[in-house]
Ligand binder design. Sequence first.
Ligand SMILES: [Zn+2]
Length: 177
Amino acid sequence: MSNSYVLWTQTATLVIDSQSSTAEGANLAQFLKNLTTPQPLTVYVTHGHPDHFFGLAALASAFPSLTIYVADPQIKADMITTAKTNPGATPDVVSFDYADQVQVYRASTLNVVDVPLEIRVGFVDTEADIESVIADPASSRLFTGDVMYWQAHMYVDIPSSAPLAPASTSEEGVRRE
Ligand SMILES: [Zn+2]
């Protein structure tokens, strides 16, 4: 069980991280279909650990035209290696064509939904060789992958001039799976 985040506007949907198994990826796909989130669908993988991308094969099976992005070629390389070597990888996770399907998104601003999202990659002393975070400055939301995790101290200041908007009252939705 792991976290995914789903952001959607009227014209597009972004999923941040894609669960840790085919079964969980299929659950996430069903969740998206139940919500009838708009196409196109983009999946952004924060880093190459199994609990963040082993559900990709199931998602791609349910949404064949989805786009998969990572922030750095090393994250893509980590995914390819991890899928081949991790004992928890099921056959469809192993056989998924990460080399062909995963694209390296090289800009620091991700424009796949109607709001620009900011990508940062390369942090010191995190729990993977390379990790990324993605932020939605307009709503003051930060999606950290595992950059903020065990043995990490987290402090988030919410400026009074930019309060967090409840997801239920905003145009775009944010849901936690
Ligand atoms: Zn991790």
